[in-house]
Design a binder for this molecule. Sequence first.
Ligand code: SF4
Length: 374
Amino acid sequence: MTDTVIPIFDLRDHRYKSMVPSIPAQLLAPTGFIADSRGRPLHDLRISVTDRCNFRCVYCMPKEVFDKDYTFLPHSELLSFEEIERVARIFASQGVEKIRLTGGEPLLRKNIERLVEMLARIETASGKPLDLTLTTNASLLARKARSLRDAGLTRVTVSLDAIDDGTFRTMNDVDFAVRDVLHGIEVAQAVGLAPIKVNMVVKRGTNDQEIVPMARHFRHSGIIVRFIEFMDVGGSNHWQMDEVLPSSEVVRRIGEVFPLEPVGANYSGETAQRWRYRDGGGEIGLISSVTHAFCGDCSRIRLSTEGKLYLCLFATEGYDLRALLRGGRSDLEIGNAIAQVWQGRTDNYSEQRSDPAVRAARAESKIEMSYIGG
Ligand code: SF4
């Protein structure tokens, strides 16, 4: 073992603290709207369906931590599809309109299409279909795009950190080729999944030279590339502020080659700032969690693979929803417990990140991105 290996007990049993949410004494029927202590509505649920991934991206699941000795969750610990569907229905009754499946790599979860089919049947509190999407590394997308679409998936987001094959292979650290990701994207487009978004995490000194080539590759394709500032999610990616390339610099570099203009948000709480090419070549997004915190509009909640709720990507503590699901609690009781948790939410880590004391206090205990998705 090297010095950087974090034992499993530190990662889950000790570091990932959780509590069982309490059930309020007075149970209220869901109204389709709940707001947290800062008035932020609950709108967006991210569900991690597996903690496994076949990539070892250096900023997410670095090999030195997630090595052959790493113990992933046993199947019995994972929420079943039936449990996930039940939770999703309860969340929809409380105001969630968008569900994103994440991982790990969600397409590694066996029969994921069956879960998609179950979730696609759920309606929002106002009777509309849920906005159901999925974030994938696309390694299995070519094989699964059609069956996912047939199951009811309408769109997909692909993580791709470079268009240069050598850089991409280095970043995914398993020697996976860019052309196979691009093939997955092509198949997804061909079967009608739309819009397709491509997420590129920009790490200064590692892949920032890929910004303009990525923009060039996907212009006029209908695919929206979103450039994400490298964040201090979890503790295993050894984040340093000087590895963050500000989104303003991304816009400057692309704009020098392909002139850009800003576009308004699609909806309140949208994480990406939108820009479009002046020549009609499409649009890009900038996700600037480090330089322009968007906590004020954050309407996202995360459910881990084993059924723990997290109120923030940078949380240190979760709420054990699985204990309620497996403890014989009714939907009404669980819905009220969720509402109470959300109503007490104060999280705004990105607004506080510049404070070294805040960073230091969380440094040892933030959950890993591979555990709850990005
Ligand atoms: S830091 Fe937490 S509260 Fe702020 S935008 Fe990110 S997930 Fe939301």
